[in-house]
Structures are given as C-alpha cells and as structure tokens.
Design a protein around this ligand. Structure first.
Ligand SMILES: NC(=O)c1ccc[n+]([C@@H]2O[C@H](COP(=O)([O-])OP(=O)(O)OC[C@H]3O[C@@H](n4cnc5c(N)ncnc54)[C@H](OP(=O)(O)O)[C@@H]3O)[C@@H](O)[C@H]2O)c1
Length: 229
C-alpha cells in the first residue's frame, strides 16, 4: 500500500495504471531490460492492454519503430490512433504469424516485449536480429493450462545463433527503481506525453467479470474495480 497525493495533477486511476504495476512493468521491460536505441524495431504483444499501451508509448518516446499485436480490429485502430504505434495487427486474423512478422518487420526485430508467450513467442524467434532482447513480462496464452499442456517453443535454438538475451522479470524485484520510474512517468503524464485508457467496473461483485475480461480480449487498457465504502 502507498499513500497517493490527490493534488499532484495526476488523475486517481493513473496511480493504479500508468503509475502502478502495469506502467512499472512496461518501464522495466522497455527502459531497464530492453536497451532500446533510436530506430530499434520493437514488437509488443497484448499491445492494447494495461502493460502494452504504456510499453508502446515509452518505446515511441525513445525514437523506435513500434509494432503491436492485439486481438480485435478496434484495438488495432486504438493503439495506432491513441498510443502512437507505427502499425499493428490483429493476431486472430493472421493465419500465419510467421508471414505477418515478415511483413511488419522486413528488417527484423530488435526488441520483443512478450506478454503472451506460446505461438507468438515461437514466431518472433524466427525474426530476431543479432543481439535482440526479449524481456518476458508475461505469457497470458499459457496461464489457463497445466504445464504438461502448455505449448512448447520449438526454435529456442535461434537464441544461441543470434545471441539473443531473453529474460523474465517481476516488477517486485525492481522496487529500488520505483522512485526513478515514478519521477519520469509522472512528468510524462503531466506533459501530456503518456495517455491511458481504463475500463472501470463498479462494485466488488463485478470482480469475476472484470478478471474474466483479461482472458477473453474484452478489456481495453487497465481494468479497475471501483469500490465505494
Ligand atoms: N512481470 C510482471 O511483473 C508483470 C506485471 C504485470 C503484468 N504482467 C503480465 O503482463 C501481461 C499483460 O498484463 P496486463 O495487466 O497488461 O493485461 P492486459 O494486457 O490488460 O489484458 C490481458 C490481454 O491479453 C490478451 N490475451 C488474453 N488471452 C490471450 C491469448 N490466449 N493469446 C494472446 N493474447 C491474449 C488480451 O488482449 P488481446 O485483445 O490483445 O488478445 C487481453 O486483453 C500479462 O501476461 C501479465 O501477467 C507481468
């Protein structure tokens, strides 16, 4: 728990979103582990979700070319128009992820922030450039399966030949950087350089519906439950 300053000029939901766990996860992936350079080719999955919307915006601010994948055409439109993604595709419509990545990354992928794992991670490994970085934020496509039913990633060998750095992380291990993150993110929000989308449910009885929305692609941006005492 942390006390927030309601007079800071930042809307309250942002403390759970851009200035909370999703914003911090995006920041650790992009700023700390991604080692982005201006012009890097960056790919982000679950790009219209809580982590993805901030990761894309942070990568754009670093001068990168940023492509996102997401599950509906509406979300594709949203991330290009509101979050500044250079381009995006609906993975549910792409029958061949390998072909889609060839189209969107003719010069290969330098950084992939993975939120979904599974088939998308496998396809990405066929398109990585030498010394690419893959911060593993999450693998939501695998959460509902017991481990023996989870999808294998068959081409891990590419990590060797391309000298790729693939690294899982949990935000809790980076709390010593939380102050740096807050300072940077708060300035960006106040300067209008980072925008947010929330889906706010009302009442604790909406918990199951709100949690379920993360697994059915029906959420956009950060899911929040507002509970009035
Ligand atoms: N490492 C950490 O410390 C940390 C912290 C926070 C979150 N995370 C992880 O980061 C990821 C994103 O979290 P979030 O809070 O930002 O969630 P989110 O992206 O707001 O919501 C989850 C999204 O995942 C997509 N999805 C669901 N099932 C999928 C599937 N089978 N295949 C591909 N995409 C699927 C859906 O979007 P589409 O419409 O795009 O399908 C859904 O909206 C999750 O994996 C989460 O566990 C990690």
């Amino acid at each position: 728990m942390r006390k927030v300053d309601p007079s800071s000029g930042v809307p309250l939901p942002d403390f759970l979103s851009s200035l909370g766990v999703p914003g911090f996860a995006a920041w650790v992936g992009i700023e700390v582990l991604g080692d982005l350079k201006p012009g890097s080719n960056v790919f982000i999955s679950a790009a219209a979700g809580a982590v993805g919307m901030y990761a894309g915006q942070l990568a754009k601010l670093k001068g990168c070319r940023v492509i996102g994948s997401t599950g509906t055409d509406e979300k594709v439109k949203l991330i290009k128009e509101e979050f500044g993604y250079d381009d995006a595709f609906n993975y549910n419509k792409e029958t061949d992820l390998d072909a889609a990545l060839s189209k969107y990354f003719p010069d290969g992928i330098d950084v992939y922030l993975d939120n979904v794992g599974g088939k998308m991670l496998e396809a990405v490994l066929n398109h990585v450039n030498v010394c690419a970085r893959i911060p593993l934020c999450g693998m939501i496509s695998q959460y509902k399966k017991i481990w023996t039913e989870r999808e294998g990633v068959r081409n891990l060998l590419n990590i060797v030949g391309k000298e790729v750095r693939m690294e899982g992380f949990m935000v809790g291990s980076y709390l010593d950087r939380f102050g740096d993150f807050t300072k940077q993110m708060q300035s960006l929000i106040i300067e209008g350089k980072i925008s947010s989308k929330f889906k706010i449910y009302h009442g604790i009885e909406s918990f199951l519906e709100s949690l379920g929305s993360l697994f059915t692609s029906s959420n956009v941006g950060k899911v929040i439950i507002e509970v009035n005492p």
